[in-house]
Structure formats: structure tokens, C-alpha cells
Design a protein around this ligand. Structure first.
Ligand SMILES: Cc1cc2nc3c(=O)[nH]c(=O)nc-3n(C[C@H](O)[C@H](O)[C@H](O)COP(=O)(O)OP(=O)(O)OC[C@H]3O[C@@H](n4cnc5c(N)ncnc54)[C@H](O)[C@@H]3O)c2cc1C
Ligand code: SF4
Length: 323
């Protein structure tokens, strides 16, 4: 491991100032970053520990749920307000990682964790994300876990966060602080698709820190679910996942918010499926049409074509369950 300095930030301003050091990166719970440093994939010169920054989980005066970026995944999933009003968040979190990892993992770090593409972790493999311009061994390699939506000829990796998929369905916002001051962004705009620059994974400006994530209250009549399919019953990343909020009145879909995980380099909002659903009867046939709309642009690789019918079936079953 390359030598690095370590500083624990006492407040947001101190964190942003410390991150101006060349080669500095923020450290949340370290459950992803430290692994990557051990493997020489990330080589920061300075760690700015932000795990002691605001971690409050509360309903703000604006009626939104606010989660400090340093809140642990365990604390978010166990929070009584989250469990009562945003059960899909708790469900997504407990479907991920292990109890020990969730105790360390933070909201900010979970959203910015790196892909789990095997070739990204193998420094002997070609990987445009790790080493721009080197090629991509996943495209013609073992690509069972990889993307079917939004991928490019440069990178077919998926984003691994379960929490991010639930937040994508919930219209979450990320609150940021950086050298140019504070700003707010839609969660859906936080992650980038690979295009020709897969190494640029998000839209954060240099030195920007996630300080909080906020979520509007879902419609009172909406029912929600997070469904994840993985190769083991626990401690495994999603092959695919579905986050769904559905509101049905008198047999008609009033509102639908859908996001997919394990299919793209970002939590994938299934906007075409939502459009197909609103105003439609809450029937299996309508749910199947919506799933087809969600997957119209899906492009399989040699080993992951199974994801397309799998998403379709899980999406339809989830909508049936919620209707
Ligand atoms: C065996 C294993 C299984 C796992 N399974 C799952 C799973 O099924 N589902 C799932 O969702 N996750 C899973 N994870 C991943 C785990 O959830 C992440 O490692 C964790 O959420 C990362 O959070 P952290 O706080 O430890 O981030 P860190 O490792 O500290 O940081 C991750 C990245 O975020 C940046 N960062 C951290 N905080 C901030 C901030 N506030 N502002 C800006 N940048 C920041 C860091 O610089 C770094 O780039 C698994 C991990 C392991 C090891
Ligand atoms: S899919 Fe992306 S992360 Fe994986 S090897 Fe290719 S370029 Fe690297």
C-alpha cells in the first residue's frame, strides 16, 4: 500500500479544506476504499475521514427525510421513521452486504462505492475504468454480472449500490459541499454512464463532499417494495434488483416510480415503464407492457442475456404484489 496521510475532519468546512491537498480522497466507513487501497487500485496521498460528520436521520421542516452522509447503513435501516415511512430504503439496505459491513458503511460511501467488475479488481486485466485507454476485458470475457442498459463499447460495468436503487425510485437529492460552496443535485444525475470516459463515474466537482441525502415523502397511498435477485441468499451483490412504488385507485395506476439495479453503471430509473403504467389498469397485461418498455433498449452480452427476462419477471411480479 502506498503511504498516505490521515486526517479526521471535525466539520464540513474542515473536510473540504483538507480535501484540497493533492491526491486527497474522502474516507467514509472504508469498506470499499480501503480494500481498493490494499490492492493498489486506489492510491490516494491523503485520507480525509468524514465518518464523524453529520449523521442525523430526521424529517426536516421541508417534510423531507434527511440522512446525514455519515449515517451508517445500519442506523438508516433501523431508524423508526425510515421503517415507517420509507420502508423501501430499509429493505434495500438490509438486502446488501453483511451486518458488519453495514455497521461501517455510510450513506455517502455507499453511493460512491466502485463497481464490482472482476476485471476492475484484477490489476493484470485490461480495464478502461482503472486505466483509461487500456481496453476492457469484460466485454469479451466473463460478463455475467455486467450491464444490459446504458453500457458503451468502453465499459459494461454495473453500479453495485442497493441503497442507490431505492433512492433513485424515491426522487432523492444529494446535498454537496465543495470549494465553490454548497449545491444540491438530483440523485439521478449523480452517476454517469460510461460513454468514452468510464473512469469518470460521477458528476461531483473536484473536492466535493456529499453532506446529506434528502427524500420527499412518498404519496400516502403508495405501496413499495425492493426485490433483489442474487446468487446467494445473503452477502452478494445484485444480479438484478427492482425498486417499485405503486399507487392504485379503483383498479387504475395513479402513480408509479420504478428503478432497476444490476443493469447499468448507475441506478436506473425506468421512466418508460412508469409512463406506460400511469392511467393504465392495474393488470398483469399492463405490467408486462411496462416491463417491455423498461427493457426496450436492453442489449445483452454473451453471458448476461438472462438478466432481461429476469428483470421482466421480477418487475411484473413486484407490480402484481403491490397492486
Ligand atoms: C463483501 C461485501 C459485500 C457487499 N455487498 C453489498 C451489497 O450487496 N449491496 C451494496 O449496496 N453494497 C454492498 N457492499 C458494498 C458496501 O455497501 C460498500 O463498501 C459501502 O457501502 C461503502 O461505504 P463506506 O462508507 O465504507 O465507503 P468508503 O469505502 O469509505 O468510500 C467509498 C467511496 O466513497 C467516497 N466517499 C465516502 N464518503 C463520501 C462523502 N461523504 N462524500 C464524497 N465521497 C465520499 C470515498 O472517497 C470512496 O471513493 C459490499 C461490500 C463488501 C465488502
Ligand atoms: S466493464 Fe468497465 S470496469 Fe469492467 S473491465 Fe471493462 S472497463 Fe473495466
Amino acid at each position: 500500500m502506498k503511504p498516505f496521510t490521515y486526517e479526521r475532519a471535525g466539520d464540513v468546512a474542515a473536510a473540504v479544506a483538507a480535501a484540497a491537498t493533492p491526491g486527497a480522497v474522502y474516507l467514509g466507513g472504508g469498506t470499499n476504499l480501503v480494500d481498493l487501497m490494499r490492492q493498489n487500485i486506489e492510491r490516494p496521498a491523503a485520507l480525509v475521514d468524514v465518518s464523524r460528520l453529520p449523521a442525523r436521520i430526521e424529517i426536516g421542516p421541508d417534510g423531507r427525510l434527511w440522512m446525514g452522509a455519515a449515517a451508517t447503513n445500519t442506523d438508516v435501516a433501523a431508524d423508526p421513521v425510515v421503517r415507517r415511512d420509507f420502508p423501501i430504503i430499509a429493505e434495500a439496505i438490509v438486502n446488501g452486504a453483511s451486518g458488519q459491513i453495514r455497521n461501517m458503511a455510510t450513506v455517502g460511501g455507499n453511493l460512491l462505492q466502485r463497481t464490482r467488475c472482476l476485471y476492475f479488481y484484477d490489476t493484470g486485466a485490461r480495464c478502461n475504468k482503472r486505466e483509461p485507454g487500456s481496453g476492457c476485458d469484460a466485454i469479451d470475457g466473463h460478463n455475467r454480472m455486467h450491464a444490459v442498459l446504458g453500457a458503451s463499447s468502453q465499459c459494461v460495468a454495473t453500479h453495485p449500490s442497493d441503497l442507490g436503487v431505492a433512492l433513485a425510485a424515491l426522487d432523492a437529492r444529494v446535498h454537496l459541499a465543495g470549494p465553490a460552496g454548497p449545491r444540491t443535485a438530483e440523485l439521478l444525475d449523480l452517476h454517469r454512464l460510461p460513454g468514452d470516459t468510464p473512469h469518470i463515474e460521477n458528476t461531483l466537482q473536484p473536492g466535493e463532499l456529499i453532506t446529506a441525502v434528502s427524500v420527499p415523502m412518498p404519496p400516502a397511498a403508495a405501496r413499495s417494495a425492493y426485490r433483489k435477485v442474487r446468487e446467494r441468499a445473503s452477502y452478494a451483490f445484485a444480479l438484478i434488483s427492482v425498486a417499485a412504488l405503486l399507487e392504485v385507485r379503483d383498479g387504475v395506476v395513479i402513480s408509479a416510480r420504478l428503478a432497476l439495479g444490476g443493469v447499468a453503471a448507475k441506478p436506473w430509473r425506468a421512466a418508460a415503464a412508469e409512463e406506460a403504467l400511469v392511467g393504465a389498469p392495474a393488470t398483469r397485461a399492463a405490467f408486462e407492457r411496462a416491463a417491455d418498455a423498461a427493457l426496450a433498449d436492453a442489449r445483452p452480452l454473451a453471458h448476461n442475456a438472462f438478466k432481461i427476462p429476469l428483470v421482466r419477471r421480477v418487475l411484473v411480479a413486484t407490480l402484481e404484489e403491490l397492486s
